[in-house]
Design a protein around this ligand. Sequence first.
Ligand code: ADP
Length: 373
Amino acid sequence: MNNATPDTIRQAIANHPDPETGRPLDSMGQLKDVSIEGNRATIQVGLTSHSAPIADELADALTSKVVAAAPGTEVKVEFVPHERPPARAGQIGLRVKSVIAVGSGKGGVGKSTVAAGLALTLRRLGATVGLMDADVYGPSIPHLLGLSGRPSVNAAKQIEPIMLAGNMPVMSMGFLVEPDQAVIWRGPMLHGSINQFLSDTDWGELDYLIIDMPPGTGDVALTLSQALPLAGAVVVCTPQEVALLDAVKAISMFRKVNIPIQGMVENMSGFVCHDCGKTYDIFGRGGARAKADEMGVPFLGGLPIDISLRTAGDEGRLAEVIDADERARAPLDAVAKAVVRELATRASASPPKASLPVLLSLIHISEPTRQLT
Ligand code: ADP
């Protein structure tokens, strides 16, 4: 026997922050039910798909709090879907909760692979995700994902993005120009195209929009920062000293246009030989973590050189390989979870004031109660 009652359990976790908003779970109507049988407690928690990638971590945190308040309790956390539609982002029609830019100081470090991998992983872990290829100088997302076709314009005069597996909208300049056709971008034209990608594309409602940025230059970052609030930028680099210097430049570029830095990812961080099990640090390893510490930005994880990622990208099968190959996707899982965790940490440090959609969803939650009384 222990001292657990539904009330003590509720009290123990009522103030735990909802990962998406940072507000207490109970105040958001997300503590749906607590039941006890003997020393077993079952807690039903409403979770939005935006937080789904870190559901396991939330379950662990709630379990620890319950066990601290009522030692000896066996805890089962059950998640049920909780709806909270995204508000409009900025002045444009886009309905998205978190926009994340993936950038790098220079090309060839695996920025597009990480951007596509991040989008695919967040989707695999339960979130609704769109992917926008803003690397207009060398759009490689269509190739990595094996997507082709020309976006059409629908009856509402919106651009229909190309859908990956029917549920992940993807937009890229690569769908609009032939691969061998050079496009010379003048400032206003670039600005116009990026804005059109954001506001004239029928993205639907998204938890995350991942944007693959062009390497180095700041003009697309500036356009994005003016169009809508970005949750943050993920900066990809390889561990060599020269690459790290470029990454530092990318970080200061994002900071200049007021895009918060979500963190750094070290790509090509060692090579694990699957035949002999040895790790070879071809480009070195650990440099990005040290640089992230030095710059005061989070380190989000590292991806080793993985031949299956390279062949998957070359053959346009990145989505299939990430879905099927656990070894290849494990480092991306860790990076995606770190990104969502960072957002949750920031949200709980300064929970936003209740916006209209939140107020409406609370009214919606209280409706059944009103009908009963
Ligand atoms: P960027 O967008 O920075 O130019 P890409 O994502 O297009 O870089 O990657 C460049 C090349 O490196 C591609 O052939 C890609 O498949 C390969 N690559 C990227 N990351 C890895 C990795 N971790 N392991 C093996 N190959 C990789």
